[in-house]
Design a protein around this ligand. Structure first.
Ligand code: 5GP
Ligand code: ZN
Length: 115
């Protein structure tokens, strides 16, 4: 799988930058967000460098599904009875790291519609 030496999440995947990793398999790595927005806030990333969720889906439906399945498994291990998953795509909606990632959030009330 190809990684980008200049990418923060690729460095976490490689172990070059420390992170609190909660789940890992061949397709995904999941770690606690450094700036959590909920009691559980885990970032789930594919082990391939690609800019956003649609790019990942074009590359591999299997890895895209693996992100969602990892989120469900982590939510169970965190004891969550419900959770929110978010892909930010584009700086205008808050994407700040351009390596596709799924946010898993839970452990508090979430308003709908989201802000
Ligand atoms: P985005 O804003 O791109 O959707 O999400 C990126 C997330 O990565 C943010 O929630 C941010 O707090 C988190 N993040 C940024 N840098 C680091 C880091 O070095 N370590 C960890 N664990 N999370 C990070
Ligand atoms: Zn990357």
């Amino acid at each position: 799988m190809s990684l980008d030496a200049n990418c923060l999440f690729c460095k976490i995947i490689e172990g070059d930058i420390p992170a609190n990793i909660v789940y890992r398999n061949d397709n995904v790595v999941a770690f606690r967000d450094i700036n959590p927005q909920a009691p559980t806030h885990v970032v789930i990333v594919p082990t391939v460098h690609v800019e956003n969720a649609a790019g990942l889906a074009k590359m591999s439906s299997v890895i895209t599904a693996a992100l969602i399945l990892a989120a469900d498994e982590i939510a169970k291990s965190e004891g969550l009875d419900g959770y929110r998953t978010v892909f930010n795509t584009g700086a205008s909606v808050g994407q700040s790291v351009f390596h596709a990632h799924l946010h898993l959030l839970g452990g508090r009330y979430f308003a709908w519609p989201p802000g």
